[in-house]
Design a protein around this ligand. Structure first.
Ligand SMILES: Cc1cc2nc3c(=O)[nH]c(=O)nc-3n(C[C@H](O)[C@H](O)[C@H](O)COP(=O)(O)O)c2cc1C
Length: 186
């Protein structure tokens, strides 16, 4: 007996199994205007330098703010902010000031003009490292130039997107497989 019974699945929906999470809030600033967007589509591209690839849709107000300023901050929200995360992702900075509207605190960064979101567990100040894939794929390759991370808890309850409005909150951690792990491979 096979382990699973499988059926054809729409290729346009495979993202539901690959959404990386955690959901992040990307804050930006350009010419005196600040903004925040919700983002699920990001990936690690290197460790040294610390590179993160991010898909930002051209129609998002954040797209031009980040492209023009060449900077942003990737903030990690936790479960207590889940409703705010969805609201931020369902509104545009073209219409509202999201810091004001959602009661979030903008803190100055040290290496970029984009603000850190104080209520988030961590904030990574980023600069665009490579803009060559923006036009074709809306893919921003960002370098983290400074990271601010809360000292506790060790494992924050991060929010992970499963697509179609469903989320998973990070849960149990295990060291059970640690003995199989070769640090040289990751
Ligand atoms: C859970 C969730 C994940 C999202 N992920 C992304 C993403 O990875 N890239 C993207 O361009 N938009 C993403 N969005 C949509 C933007 O957050 C949304 O368009 C936002 O309103 C843009 O705001 P802005 O116009 O102020 O930039 C996501 C929205 C939600 C709710």
């Amino acid at each position: 007996m096979p382990k699973y019974t499988k059926t054809d699945f729409p290729v346009s929906n495979v993202r539901r199994f690959l959404e990386p999470g955690p959901i992040v809030l990307v804050s930006s600033s350009h010419k005196g205007e600040t903004n925040i967007m919700t983002m699920g589509w990001h990936m690690i591209m290197d460790f040294v330098p610390s590179l993160i690839g991010c898909y930002i849709w051209t129609e998002n107000h954040s797209f031009e703010l980040i492209r023009r300023s060449r900077q942003c901050v990737i903030n990690i929200p936790t479960e207590d902010l889940a409703a705010t995360v969805v609201k931020i992702g369902n509104s545009s900075g073209r219409d509202i000031d999201k810091f004001d509207e959602y009661g979030l605190t903008a803190r100055p960064g040290t290496n970029v003009r984009a603000p850190l979101i104080d209520e988030c567990y961590a904030s990574f100040e980023c600069k665009i490292a490579d803009s060559s894939l923006i036009r074709k794929y809306s893919l921003f390759v960002l370098e983290v130039v400074k990271a601010h991370v809360a000292t506790s808890p060790k494992y924050p309850k991060t929010i992970h997107y499963r697509g179609d409005g469903e989320f998973m909150i990070s849960g149990a951690n295990t060291s059970k497989y640690h003995k199989l792990f070769n640090p040289g491979m990751l």
